[in-house]
Write a protein that binds this ligand. Structure first.
Ligand SMILES: NC(=O)c1ccc[n+]([C@@H]2O[C@H](COP(=O)([O-])OP(=O)(O)OC[C@H]3O[C@@H](n4cnc5c(N)ncnc54)[C@H](O)[C@@H]3O)[C@@H](O)[C@H]2O)c1
Length: 276
């Protein structure tokens, strides 16, 4: 095993048996490594994933796969050509409350209306260098950051969706702090995704579903996980297990990463002003 980080201070966090590199290209040059996990700021995903695929590695990349859909398509093509796995770490699809909801609704017709909320105060989540608040590095604001996980949650639960409308509220610096995106499923189910990067009450991530016959269901993705970010442990166990299994099965799989990058770009293109 090996770890790379430009910050030499991270070396102390690494298990003694793992090599530490400051330049990720040195890690990629290690022939014994079959697969890598890319966990760097968003604007670096494309370059690092590209280099990893060209080095013949299977790749699990943090969301968003890239900040530009064309770059995501290029990575997908590269992975397919090289018969490598390109996998996006959409951790919410492994959330146990979401999986229970998915099991409950599997016996019903698809829901007619869905509201998916993704609220947090970004300042409580960004790391020391606050790159999340630099639109050039993040790829945007709440839509670029939380949109991918929210959209992939919709895909995991409802199947393919397309963007039919979007409204965005920006702060004085131009960063999108709130957004509402409307999606339509393949069975004409209506979905509204509500994103909030300025939520003053901690974190709130939920899905509400409604059927025309009056039935309702919902999942609070953070229920049972009272500590800050504590649901992430079991979700990332799911990511790693699924990625490892995909690599071991030698499935040349690419996932919804590029499709989701397209949904984010489409929402930005359609985004009128959010007024409440
Ligand atoms: N923090 C979360 O809860 C969370 C959840 C889901 C997804 N993500 C995604 O994970 C990724 C990382 O987010 P984070 O919150 O861990 O950021 P972070 O800033 O805490 O960590 C990023 C790390 O990348 C290192 N780095 C920067 N440039 C590098 C380079 N060129 N080569 C090697 N290392 C480099 C930094 O030194 C730092 O250790 C992002 O894409 C983010 O969207 C984060």
């Amino acid at each position: 095993m090996a770890v790379a980080d430009v910050d030499p201070g991270k070396a102390g966090l690494v298990d003694g048996s793992a090599a530490f590199h400051r330049d990720y290209r040195d890690l990629l040059a290690t022939p014994e490594l079959d697969a890598v996990v890319v966990n760097v700021p968003n604007h670096l995903h494309h370059q690092v994933c590209r280099d990893a695929l060209l080095a013949g590695k299977h790749v699990c990349c943090e969301k968003p796969l890239t900040t530009d859909p064309d770059a995501a398509a290029e990575l997908t093509a590269l992975a397919e050509r090289g018969e490598r796995v390109l996998f996006t770490a959409f951790h919410r699809r492994y959330n146990r409350n979401l999986l229970r909801l998915r099991d409950r609704i599997a016996v019903r017709e698809p829901p007619d209306r869905v509201v998916l909320t993704y609220r947090e105060r970004i300042e409580e989540h960004c790391g020391a260098d606050a790159w999340y608040l630099d639109m050039a590095k993040c790829g945007g604001g709440c839509l670029a950051d939380n949109g991918p996980n929210a959209f992939d949650t919709a895909l995991a639960l409802l199947g393919p969706v397309r963007v039919t409308g979007a409204r965005i509220r920006r702060d004085v610096t131009g960063v999108d702090r709130q957004a509402e995106v409307e999606l339509l499923t393949a069975t004409d189910g209506w979905v509204r995704v509500e994103l909030d990067w300025a939520y003053p009450h901690g974190e709130d991530k939920r899905v509400f579903l409604e059927w025309d016959d009056g039935h309702r269901d919902e999942a609070n993705l953070l229920a049972g996980f009272p500590e800050f970010k504590s649901s992430l442990h079991h979700e990332y166990d799911g990511v790693v297990a699924d990625f490892a299994e995909t690599v071991l099965r030698r499935a040349h799989r690419t996932d919804s990463g590029a499709f989701v990058a397209g949904l984010v770009a489409q929402a930005y293109r359609m985004g009128g002003e959010l007024v409440t």
